[in-house]
Design a protein around this ligand. Structure first.
Ligand code: M6R
Length: 365
């Protein structure tokens, strides 16, 4: 059942090229190359009525929502809020009939997400959900469902659900942007090319898993790991950090790199490991300075960059991902971080598929 892999988590990490391909092909017309949202009603009229979009989720799905906000605001130019379900439902949020509420959930059974959905619905919002499990509670109670089609995810640590949730957000944001005219034909075509190239690029990262395994074996006894990044990289930093802590029990922490000097940099010592994500070309120089700041405190720095960037001067180790446009980088940069968390936990001998104190779906409040 684990298909020759030692753990479901590793199997599911390796299923990502196929899963991402599936999410894409369900929504892209093979003849015209256009995005089809069959079964989801999002007309020009619907979009004109919208004043904002609210994305609500927990854990990894929330981290996908952080990327979703960036994409929808960039491509569709609609204001987006992202919230954690257990916060959203208790804060009497501003939601009305001009709000599109997007729930993101692998299982579709997370109670706080479901209750937030009901809260938004009672205030008149349209409900669209991005869900993996077909026919789950969140799916049943939504007006429209954008299935991720990742296939069953067994390991408690979410991997292929996250990457396919991201794909749903790209498709949704580009679809809305095209309808509204906020995405030019050229950038639409460029983005479609970038999306279609992802399965093969993820595969290239997986083919080099050995490098990450070696890095994990070098660092598995570290006690404190920071993940830093800017822009989309900050969203991926949160996800990388959650992966590591939930299965390896290492105290890990993610922070937007520009925020370091407002407090957290005080924690940097020679023993500290910093995983610095620097995949965003637009923010590269700024990120470079942030890495220099932590280097000056003698931290052990692992820098994650696109191929071709020279960061040896400021890094103890370097991880590369295939070249891509900044917007799609999260789908690639998360993969080495998933592998890193996996191999660290394996080196520590932890129960990877069923980490202590955690359940696959959290159906309690
Ligand atoms: O099923 P859901 O996507 O609603 O679950 C949300 C979180 O409980 C889940 O992503 C959790 O954070 C994972 N264990 C992360 O790997």
């Amino acid at each position: 059942e684990k298909g020759g892999y030692q753990h479901f988590m590793l199997k599911e990490i390796h299923e990502q090229p196929k899963a991402v391909q599936e999410t894409l092909s369900r929504r892209i017309d093979s003849k015209t190359g256009d995005i089809r949202l069959d079964g989801i009603s999002l007309t020009m009229e619907d979009l004109q009525k919208l004043t904002k979009i609210v994305i609500v989720a927990c854990g990894t799905a929330y981290h996908a929502g952080l990327v979703g906000k960036y994409l929808i605001e960039k491509f569709a130019r609609i204001p987006v809020e992202v919230d954690i379900a257990s916060e959203f439902r208790y804060r009497d949020p501003f939601v009305d009939e001009h709000t599109l509420f997007i729930a993101v959930s692998q299982s579709g059974e997370t109670l706080d997400t479901l209750m937030s959905l009901r809260e938004a619905k009672s205030k008149g919002a349209r409900i669209l959900s991005i869900v993996n499990v077909v026919g789950s509670s969140v799916a049943r109670e939504s007006d429209d469902v954008f299935y991720t089609w990742a296939g069953p995810e067994i390991a408690v640590a979410s991997t292929k659900a996250y990457t396919t949730q991201l794909i749903c957000f790209y498709l949704l944001a580009l679809y809305m942007g095209r309808l509204k005219g906020t995405v030019s034909d050229d950038s639409y075509r460029m983005m479609m090319r970038e999306l279609n190239a992802l399965p093969e690029k993820i595969q290239r990262i997986l083919d080099r898993s050995k490098d990450i395994e070696k890095l994990a074996e070098l660092l598995y006894n570290r006690t404190q790991v920071f993940y830093i990044g800017r822009g989309l990289d900050s969203a991926v930093a949160y996800e990388g950090s959650l992966k590591l802590k939930e299965i390896s029990y290492i105290n890990s922490f993610a922070i937007a790199a520009g925020e370091l000097k407002h407090g957290t940099i005080a924690l940097m010592e020679p023993e500290t490991t910093v995983i610095a994500l620097a995949t965003q070309d637009r923010l590269f120089d700024k990120m470079y300075s942030n890495i220099e700041e932590v280097k000056a405190r003698h931290a052990h720095i692992v820098t994650l960059v696109k191929e071709g960037h020279d960061v040896k001067d400021i890094s103890t180790e370097v991880i590369t991902i295939p070249n891509c446009t900044d917007e799609v980088a999260p789908v690639l940069s998360v993969v080495p971080l998933q592998l890193f968390a996996y191999y660290v936990a394996r080196a520590k001998g932890e129960n990877i598929d069923k980490p202590r104190n955690l359940a696959k779906s959290v159906t309690v409040e």
